[in-house]
Design a protein around this ligand. Structure first.
Ligand code: ASP
Length: 404
């Protein structure tokens, strides 16, 4: 019998886990370990994979000029799509106005809200590590990426006798990490079964109640995310990249479903790299530069979500934001999404920065807390999808011949 394709296996696992979590929550504790193990394995891969992939990518890019061009294109694409996402969110939240008449009594208390505030300036400074070993131990991706780019760049500036073994070594490490990734990917359906049944067991009882109270807000976020993922990004891919979005989406099904189930674009990164290279045919040189950067700074889904959430809170508290304040929301949202880590709930926590920038009560976060998880699942998939589209667009602009 032909083996079922992986994305079908994952879809079946997703459906079964929802049913299992809803109807047999008492047994979920026996399967949750599979999810924990899967997430641990993905995290185990991330640091060596990112480091070796960037070093091997940057040494492949070669000259400072090429590296500069690639960085400029990548960062411009990321800023542009995040801005499109924010504006889509802004338009929808202003049309639907889900916050008007929202039930403030539903708000939950969130402790230590102020403690989570790191100014954008501080976040920027922290990109330069003081101790790369510490950054690696903490999985601090921006710092690791920064150091890896430097390391790769200067590895090409030493005499061939030193350069060659370094390049060969990191290419080899990268290949090994990709092999490990491919091995771990095989367990995705089981991992997802463990994770999602846990989430369902925790939330199933509340689901209808939450939806009844926050339905309009959730639908606004989901509609805006769908417009961005199904219309804006594919159009960009078609127009700028002259690529086939549908074919690309099909090849990306495993990382997209994993992003959805784990709510973490960082944990999904190894799978994204594998799919973008193997299925869509993007070169390692491009994907190893564009994707790790994207997983840390490009969060279209998060930016869009934050913009809607802040305006929702303003509407719920009866605060009318002026045009200037809405512009401030756009700018701080863009910065906040860049600063958010690719882990579950990061986008929610960072909303406090935007709230304080426009003088809204920080407790507003408590209002949207209950529905964060399902929205996190969807926005994380959009984050990963935007990175994957970026890799294709940039690869095409570099003259690569792809499968999409
Ligand atoms: N969970 C998201 C991600 O990993 C970040 C967020 O909370 O918006 O991409």
């Amino acid at each position: 019998m032909k083996k079922l394709q992986l994305h079908w296996q994952i879809l079946i696992a997703l459906i079964l886990s929802v049913l299992f979590g809803m109807f047999f929550p008492q047994y979920v504790k026996y399967v949750e370990w599979m999810g924990t193990l899967f997430l641990r394995a993905l995290r185990m891969i991330i640091v060596p994979l990112i480091f070796s992939s960037i070093v091997s990518g940057v040494t492949g890019i070669g000259s400072a000029q090429n590296l500069g061009r690639m960085s400029l294109k990548t960062i411009s694409y990321y800023l542009l799509t995040s801005l499109f996402a924010i504006v889509t969110g802004l338009i929808l939240v202003n049309i639907i106005k889900p916050g008007i008449g929202a039930d403030l009594g539903f708000s939950k208390v969130v402790e230590d809200l102020a403690a989570t505030r790191d100014s954008f300036g501080q976040t920027l400074l922290k990109i330069v590590p003081t101790n790369i070993v510490e950054s690696m131990a903490n999985g601090d991706l921006p710092a690791i990426i920064f150091f890896a780019i430097f390391f790769g760049f200067f590895a090409t500036r030493v005499i061939p006798e030193y350069k060659e073994p370094v390049v060969t070594f990191f290419n080899a490490v990268f290949e090994i990490m990709m092999k490990i990734t491919m091995f771990v990917i095989k367990f995705t359906p089981l991992g997802i079964f463990g994770i999602v049944s846990g989430i369902m067991a925790e939330n199933a009882g509340n689901l209808l109640n939450i939806f009844g109270r926050m339905g309009a807000y959730m639908l606004t976020v989901i509609a805006a995310l769908s417009i961005h993922a199904i219309i804006t990004l594919p159009l960009l891919m078609r127009i700028i990249g002259n690529a086939n979005p549908l074919k690309h989406a099909r090849g990306m099904s495993v990382p997209l479903l994993t992003a959805f189930s784990t709510s973490s674009s960082s944990a999904t990164l190894p799978l994204t790299m594998e799919a973008v290279e193997k299925n869509s045919g993007v070169s390692n040189k491009t994907s190893s530069f564009v994707l790790p950067l994207g997983a840390t700074i490009n969060m279209d889904g998060t930016a869009l979500y934050q913009c809607i959430a802040v305006l929702f809170i303003a509407q719920a508290y009866g605060v009318d934001l002026s045009f200037l304040q809405q512009i401030i929301v756009i700018i701080t949202t863009l910065l906040a999404s860049i600063g958010a880590a690719g882990i579950p709930m990061a986008g929610l926590v960072i909303i406090t920065v935007i709230l304080s920038a426009v003088g809204l009560p920080l407790e507003g976060v408590g209002l949207i807390l209950a529905v964060d998880r399902p929205l996190d699942m969807i926005r994380t998939s959009v984050n990963v999808w935007s990175d994957a589209c970026g890799a294709v667009i940039i690869a095409k602009s570099e003259g690569e011949t792809l499968n999409v």
